[in-house]
Write a protein that binds this ligand. Structure first.
Ligand code: F6P
Length: 481
């Protein structure tokens, strides 16, 4: 057990991420807050509300008027949040551009989609500086600053310059690619140097951590020993911390009367005996077209399942101003239309497709009723949907089909693991899942539940925080010897 040096009564944890866990939306002429999509927001939702902790990030909408900004600041400050307002240009060049058209495709091994533009890079630097300036206004020397994700890779070093003694953790929620892919980025060295301002850098998996250390070694020239990097004037640690979910929240929600009622209604409306579930943000990294093609081939190969199985596919709108996402939306719409057009009967559609976001209670009802969850990303840092599915299966029936390319596959070895590029394997695995005896389903589910209950979000946060405290102590002892 490492001592926790954060136990100063006023010290706070400041979470910084591109997006706040809530987003502003205009509704009937009024501004409302809605929960944000994505693993980060759901994962850390229960942490920032504690004590005087704070979450800093973009509220998801352009707000130009100063009086309105002030109103939002006051409103959010009352809920342990602080906004960073981004202009239209910053959203285009920093968020949609460099973050989601340069870094996102590269880090997910879709380099062929990446664009390299100096202007986008410059805005990325400016916006990271903007977050830094906002943080400097609210951070006290004893606070712990926890920076999240690829949109803010430069922030740790910027903060280190302004607050040299501060405690800075960084966590990357998406994969870190192999050196051969990472080195394609024209700004590769600056990005690594930005991250190296941290005291502790965390990844979901050991492989991501290894890729990062290899890039640091080859591009910046710092070797490492057991994850420790010495930059010449300071030491920092790199380690892996697989993120968990708020297990109890998903378990309790699935047990609520409201959710059971919703499940009953959905079941009555769907006439199939078997439900296969697919839930993702609309993103090419999630492998949605490949999943649809596998389902189409399954229907072709196993006609005995016609009218007996339905794929319930929820696609949550995401980054819809980015070209590749628009193209993907058209591709998914077309594929669903084609498959339904080919196989539908008057009283059966093989695919029930919903393009919108849903509240937790609806998701929970879908998880409860799904006989199979198809989670088959081409590449994913962790993937929390598969964990939420497992936590919601209170009767322990159900089968999880999981991509080997998701970080979660390293933990959930009891799932049926597939390679999302292998369509035949996906088809046959779906058949295995749909015909799996209940006692075997329960065995697998029970193992996965035990592990997820234990390695939950609270465990993840305390592992990271304890390691961060340990790094600070170790740095002090290194400085005095
Ligand atoms: O988990 C990766 C991530 O990019 C988070 O940083 C983000 O909050 C989430 O996915 C959703 O993406 P966006 O903020 O672009 O809507």
């Amino acid at each position: 057990q490492q001592p926790d040096i954060r136990y100063n009564h006023m010290a706070k944890l400041i979470i910084v991420s591109n997006r706040l866990p809530v987003k502003l939306q205009e509704h009937e002429g009024r501004l409302d807050f809605k929960p944000s999509e994505g693993g980060l927001a759901t994962g850390l939702g229960s942490i920032y509300k504690k004590k005087n902790n704070l979450w800093i990030g973009w509220p998801g909408m352009v707000v130009e008027e100063e009086a309105q900004q002030q109103q939002i600041v006051e409103n959010l400050n009352g809920q342990n949040m602080h906004p960073v307002f981004l202009t239209e240009k910053e959203i285009k060049e920093f968020y949609e551009g460099f973050s989601n058209e340069t870094l996102w495709p590269t880090f997910h091994y879709f380099s062929q989609y990446a664009i390299y533009e100096q202007q986008l890079w410059e805005t990325y630097v400016e916006v990271n500086q903007k977050y830094c300036d906002e943080l400097v206004k609210v951070a006290e020397p004893d606070d712990t600053i926890w920076v999240h994700d690829y949109q803010l890779l430069l922030l740790p070093s910027m903060l280190r310059e302004k607050l040299p003694e501060s405690t800075i953790g960084f966590f990357q929620h998406i994969p870190f690619p192999s050196y051969e892919v990472f080195r394609l980025l024209p700004w590769r060295k600056e990005l690594l140097e930005g991250m190296l301002g941290s005291d502790l850098i965390g990844f979901h998996t050991y492989d991501d951590m290894r890729h990062f250390l290899s890039s640091v070694n080859r591009l910046v020239g710092h070797g490492s020993t057991h994850g420790w990097i010495n930059t010449g004037n300071r030491s920092l640690l790199v380690d892996s911390f697989p993120m968990g979910i708020d297990y109890e929240k998903y378990e309790q929600t699935a047990d609520s009367e409201d959710v059971k009622k919703r499940e009953k209604i959905f079941r009555n409306n769907l006439h199939s005996k078997k439900i296969v579930l697919s839930i993702d943000r609309l993103d090419y990294s999630k492998g949605i077209p490949q999943r649809l093609q596998a389902f189409e081939l399954f229907l072709e190969r196993y006609p005995e399942f016609h009218e007996k199985v339905t794929l319930v596919m929820l696609v949550v709108p995401s980054r819809d101003a980015v070209e590749k996402y628009k193209e993907l939306k058209n591709e998914v719409d077309e594929l669903v239309g084609r498959i339904n057009g080919k196989y539908s009967h008057m009283n059966w559609n093989p695919i029930q497709y919903f393009y919108r976001s849903y509240p937790l209670e609806t998701l929970s009802a879908f998880y409860r009723m799904a006989d199979v969850a198809l989670v088959t990303p081409m590449r994913d840092g962790m993937n929390l949907v598969c964990k939420e599915y497992v936590a919601s299966k209170l009767d322990q029936t159900g089968v999880l089909i999981l991509s080997e390319m998701a970080g979660a596959s390293k933990e959930l070895s009891e799932a049926l693991l597939i390679n999302p590029n292998d369509i035949n394997q996906m088809v046959e695995t779906l058949h295995t899942a749909l015909t799996m005896p209940e006692d075997i389903q329960k065995q697998h589910m029970q193992h996965m539940q035990e592990s997820l209950r234990r390695y939950n979000i609270h465990h993840w946060v305390s592992m990271f925080m304890d390691r961060l405290s340990y790094v600070k102590i170790k740095q002090l002892s290194m400085a005095t010897t």
